[in-house]
Design a protein around this ligand. Structure first.
Ligand SMILES: [Zn+2]
Length: 185
């Protein structure tokens, strides 16, 4: 086999399965759906720290008229984040639906009021980061397991590094500390 053949084949397969570049300018007037199934590889490729894994079905709809271009990103599935309390992996159900106005400009930008600027010269842009942001914004601000479902070893280790004063104050209202107190009775 010619050595150049292998990388060429690889590139071809990758673009077929994961083509997140939307040819906005080339699209004819009308409604266009781009469907994706995101997995661990998608989140790893973005080199971010928030989401480590997941299975998310995404439909990006681009609606183009003579006057304007709008884009809807709808995502539903499960993502894995880090629990704020015990630092163990936490799986969250997620559902997101976000709407954008697409305009052409000098260079790629995201502006207020959900406006996406696509470089007019290229006429296309990679939607993967925008999909990621849409998913991230749909998640609750605090990521924690349900009460009692945190990793007990991790919680115990973290507790050892918590100053005593804070423990006493929290014990009034936090059922986790009440449970620990009861164990020592
Ligand atoms: Zn936890």
């Amino acid at each position: 086999m010619h050595p150049l053949f292998v990388p060429a084949l690889h590139i071809c397969m990758a673009s077929e399965n994961n083509n997140y570049t939307l040819p906005i300018k080339q699209l004819p007037v009308g409604s266009h759906d781009f469907k994706y199934t995101l997995n661990r590889e998608f989140f790893a490729d973005l080199e971010q720290d928030e989401i480590s894994d997941g299975i998310v079905n995404v439909v990006v709809n681009v609606a183009k008229s003579q006057r304007n271009i709008t884009m809807n990103i709808a995502a539903t599935g499960k993502v894995v984040v880090t629990c704020d309390r015990c630092l163990a992996p936490l799986t969250l159900d997620m559902e997101a639906d976000d709407f954008f106005n697409v305009i052409f400009g000098e260079e790629y930008a995201e502006e207020g009021d959900n406006v996406v600027v696509v470089p007019e010269q290229d006429g296309e842009f990679d939607v993967s980061w925008l999909i990621y942001e849409t998913i991230l914004l749909s998640l609750p601000f605090n990521h924690t397991h349900e009460e009692g479902e945190c990793n007990p070893e991790m919680e115990e280790t973290l507790k050892r590094y918590t100053p005593n004063g804070e423990d006493e104050q929290e014990s009034e209202s936090d059922p986790r500390w009440d449970a620990l107190k009861n164990m020592h009775k």
